[in-house]
Design a protein around this ligand. Sequence first.
Ligand code: MYA
Ligand code: CJ4
Length: 409
Amino acid sequence: EADSAIETLARRVQETLSLGRRHRFWETQPVGQFKDLGDPSLPEGPIEPPMLLSDVRPEPYNLPAQYEWTTCDVDDEQTCGEVYNLLTSNYVEDDENMFRFNYSKEFLRWALRPPGYFKAWHIGVRVKTSKKLVAFITGVPARIRVGDDIVGMAEINFLCVHKKLRSKRLAPVMIKEVTRRVHLENIWQAAYTAGVVLPTPVTTCRYWHRSLNPKKLIDVGFSRLGARMTMSRTIRLYKLPESIVTPGFRKMELRDVPAVTRLLRQYLSQFVVAPDFDENDVEHWLLPLENVVDSYLVENPETHEVTDFCSFYTLPSSILSNQNYTVLKAAYSYYNVSTKTPLLQLMNDALIVAKQMDYDVFNALDVMHNESFLKELKFGPGDGQLHYYLYNYRIRNALKPSELGLVLL
Ligand SMILES: CCCCCCCCCCCCCC(=O)SCCNC(=O)CCNC(=O)[C@H](O)C(C)(C)COP(=O)(O)OP(=O)(O)OC[C@H]1O[C@@H](n2cnc3c(N)ncnc32)[C@H](O)[C@@H]1OP(=O)(O)O
Ligand SMILES: CNCCCN(C)c1ncc(F)c(N2CC(C(=O)NCc3cnc4ccccn34)C2)n1
């Protein structure tokens, strides 16, 4: 039987290598299927029509007998702590298992409670006997513009199954359950991202990283010393000015919400897929929140006009095995708008602020106009790709990352 095991393995490898690999679950879902790629006869827009709410399955999907569904109230300190602990130990790692995302509790409360959120969409699975939280998936409501369509969607995130319960087909049940609960609110589309290839990405983005603390990044294995580079030359290469250079560059405040909303809506209107933010959304997603999201704007000192905006969110990673460090402090580029200050200068000021705040690295995707500053500001391409997906909405041709104006957390 050793031979047949090897044959089985060889076939698995062959299947996986060719995109022809089976997606037993995703083949059943209203998403673009690999076999449909390039079929011009398929119309853009919803793949399945909305159902009657009375036709939506009223009861939760079945879990294996020893587990039960639970709704996680992140306002409750204890429950938020359980969610935090599950993700801290079992959420996304890099391919070499050196790092794992360490979303903070205050970040999770921010990410999961935007205007109009539903607690019922913060879904957990517990062991019936011990009540231990072993799986999680979330949705939050968002108005997303796709071309000229404004679509009510759910943004799905934080899908996590405990390491000990992997490869038991729990994920499809989690996904079907969050889909059912979203349907009950008469919402029929979703947006999500993943580092894995699934049927079928609307676009695939690349991560770029700008070293702020190169010595630590090299020590923990995040980056490698460049060829023919010394450590001191590397530190010098990434050195930044002590203070920002743009006159009128300051932290965003509550009073700036109307101006920032105008600026952002105008800017995002040029992308094929982008959030349709109103002032309530901007107040939630972009008003600075310590250790979660930082936003800056440029107010013309004479006219007091708000002309530019930049923001980044804070997502540390646990460093899984290093003698000297346990946490990688990372900033992720969020939404940036430049109308008067060159984007290059605006983002350099963001780097300067992030360095002042002791971040180790500043990450950015090659979405929106980010490509215009990445190389010049000494970002290096990462090995991480981020695939963007829409559920129950077909876009005939995949987008270029520069046509995407949506950043998920
Ligand atoms: C209208 C409303 C609709 C709302 C829903 C919209 C869709 C939302 C979709 C979710 C958006 C999530 C956004 C984020 O949070 S992306 C971050 C995902 N989380 C992690 O990577 C954390 C670490 N990993 C884990 O916790 C587990 O490995 C997970 C839970 C990811 C899979 O558990 P496990 O490893 O034990 O596998 P299984 O045996 O249970 O199931 C295997 C099946 O699951 C498919 N799979 C694997 N990974 C993902 C993934 N990241 N998105 C979608 N599907 C995924 C896989 O292709 C296979 O299906 P098929 O290939 O056979 O068909
Ligand atoms: C569902 N929400 C998607 C966003 C989650 N985000 C931020 C994310 N999704 C996939 C990635 F590929 C990724 N990358 C940032 C790049 C990076 O920093 N790679 C080294 C590294 C440091 N720490 C970690 C932890 C996990 C994976 C890679 N890590 C790659 N980011």
